[in-house]
Design a protein around this ligand. Structure first.
Ligand code: SAH
Length: 230
């Protein structure tokens, strides 16, 4: 087994690199990949850069070039479901691209021919997460994550995303990573800690809490790795 551990921004993988300790750095496709042996298991760590295109490139590279066989994503998200507070964890059961729009042709939002509105994540990895949560006495919520190429800081956009997808949280990379994993038959796990609530003060909240929330998510994902390889 070779585990890909991915974030979008440097702050999302720095805590992971600190836990792993020693690694080899490889440049590939305009990005840096950190390869390590963590407790005897091969891991490849990278931050993709923000958005669907960069995260697609990184997820694909980790699977096709670095031969990873499982992918875990760790990062931060804007909360939609009012029960999600800053620092709370959400695990995606399924994800959708909220900005994929060919509704002009009568299709639902998020749908293109040959694709599907939602892509599911791996149920076994979610069950591993439940075991980890029990051991850490730390709760997470399972739910729908909506992904798009925009930082949402507007309640009207949030409401539209809820109406179209029933989403609990939103971010900018999860659905594209899930599409890659689904197509290449690699189990996928998407974890996010809430950094803001995607309304007017979202950018301030993000700046204040992004780093602490990224650490919460990274710590949880590394416990997942411990559990997967034990
Ligand atoms: N401050 C950064 C930009 C952050 S973009 C800069 O200046 O470089 C937001 C990042 O956090 C994305 O990777 C996205 O996945 C996640 N995210 C957190 N809150 C979000 C929100 N309200 N809308 C969209 N993405 C959000």
């Amino acid at each position: 087994m070779k585990i890909a551990i991915m974030g979008a921004m440097p702050e999302e993988i720095t805590p992971i690199l600190e836990i792993v300790g020693e690694y080899k750095t490889t440049q590939y496709a305009n990005n840096t990949y950190y390869e390590a042996s963590y407790k005897g298991c091969e891991v490849v760590i990278a931050h993709s850069k923000i958005g669907k295109v960069f995260s697609t490139l990184t997820a694909t590279s980790m699977i096709e070039h670095f031969a990873c066989t499982t992918l875990l994503f760790s990062g931060v998200a804007g909360g939609i479901n009012p029960s999600l507070k800053i620092g709370d964890l959400i695990v995606a059961t399924k994800l959708s691209q909220h900005d994929l729009d060919i509704t002009a042709f009568g299709h639902p939002m998020g749908f293109v021919p040959g694709g599907s509105v939602f892509v599911e994540t791996d149920k076994e990895l979610i069950s591993v997460a439940k075991d980890v949560a029990k051991e850490l006495d730390k709760n997470f919520q399972e739910g729908v994550i909506a992904t798009g190429d925009q930082f949402v800081h507007d309640t009207k956009i949030k409401e539209a995303i809820v109406k179209n997808f029933g989403a609990d949280a939103l971010e900018m990379e999860g659905a594209s990573v899930a599409v890659v994993c689904d197509a290449l038959h690699v189990p996928c796990f998407i974890l996010r800690a809430i950094s803001d609530t995607a309304d007017t003060d979202a950018s301030f909240s993000f700046d204040e809490f992004m780093e602490s929330s990224a650490i919460i998510s990274a710590a949880f994902v590394m416990k997942m790795v411990d559990k997967i390889i034990e």
